[in-house]
Ligand binder design. Structure first.
Ligand code: SF4
Ligand code: SF4
Length: 290
């Protein structure tokens, strides 16, 4: 029996209030391996923000907090770990497609006994529930966690490193899983090309299924918009008929009034989120598409 219901509610409210802004500025390497390209296309265009319950937000945070533990274990074993890029003092970042595609690495390491001493590698740490962890142990990363596998391929390719050290933890038992993932050029190329289409194509890619009851669609927050249309998208420059991705990670407005302003229609993230009075929702985002 919970006797501190108001306290629990106050904490939940604070977690929601402090949560990151909805919609990510870029298409992330951590999601490029997801099964549905259309879902990624809608997400990159800030179509409908996914609302997460406080419990889910805590789960995401837990994944980040675990990273420190992994770093501590590796250092205790004599492994060199760089959590940040020593040249910038900031988190390692990779990007492509004019800055519209990118990701942040957990770290770079060197000196594990499974590799030659000078062979540097990417580190990737993930938390798992029981079922996911058992599958990972039984099948390995490529088969059990495709999204994570692709993420490591993108990081290795962009960092010009030949290996990734993937560490998973079972949140229920604290059991650890270690896998050395070799770089595969073809998978890297495939992921980069996939990102290209999602970012630059003006029309949505095919659905993963035409059935709204299909497993992946049933739990997709875009289900109604994608399969039936008639949904009002979030109001921002990415859902506006005049907005389009441009260079330097910016978006650009095609509306003559906005192009005639001193910034020539280039829109930074804040401007994209704000939109302007000329806003007009794109038809591809309000109606059911083939
Ligand atoms: S509803 Fe299904 S097809 Fe549509 S975006 Fe979501 S997963 Fe993809
Ligand atoms: S600046 Fe205005 S007209 Fe241009 S894309 Fe944004 S909302 Fe649309």
């Amino acid at each position: 029996m919970s006797t501190a219901i108001k306290t629990a509610a106050a904490i939940d409210a604070a977690i929601v209030a402090n949560a990151e802004k909805p919609h990510r500025a870029h298409l992330g390497a951590s999601v490029i391996g997801r099964p549905c390209e259309r879902q990624l296309w809608y997400s990159f265009r800030w179509t409908l923000a996914e609302k997460h319950e406080p419990r889910m937000l805590r789960l995401f945070e837990r994944g980040q907090l675990e990273e420190k533990r992994f770093v501590g274990y590796l250092r205790a074993a004599g492994v060199e770990i760089w959590e940040v890029n020593p040249e910038t003092g900031k988190q390692w970042r990779i990007e492509d497609h004019e800055g519209h595609f990118g990701g942040s690495l957990d770290g770079v390491g060197r000196g594990i006994p499974d590799l030659p001493p000078d062979e540097a590698f990417v580190t990737e740490y993930k938390t798992h529930g029981d079922k996911s962890f058992e599958k990972l142990k039984a099948e390995g990363l490529l088969k059990a966690k495709w999204e994570h596998y692709v993420q490591t391929q993108v990081y290795m390719g962009k960092m010009s490193l030949r290996y990734a050290l993937y560490i998973g933890v079972n949140k229920n038992t604290d059991e650890l899983y270690f896998e050395l993932v070799p770089f595969v050029q073809a998978e890297f190329d495939r992921a980069i090309n996939r990102a290209k289409g999602i970012i630059w194509d003006a029309v949505p890619p095919a659905r993963i299924s035409d059935s709204p009851g299909y497993f992946a669609c049933k739990y997709c927050h875009l289900n109604r918009l994608c399969h039936f249309g008639g949904v009002t998208p979030d109001r921002n420059c990415r859902t506006c008929v005049f907005g389009e991705p441009s260079g330097g990670g910016l978006w650009r407005c095609k509306h003559a009034d906005v192009r005639s302003t001193p910034n020539k229609g280039f829109l930074d993230e804040a401007a994209q989120r704000a939109a302007c009075p000329q806003y007009s929702a794109r038809v591809e985002l309000t109606t059911r598409q083939p």
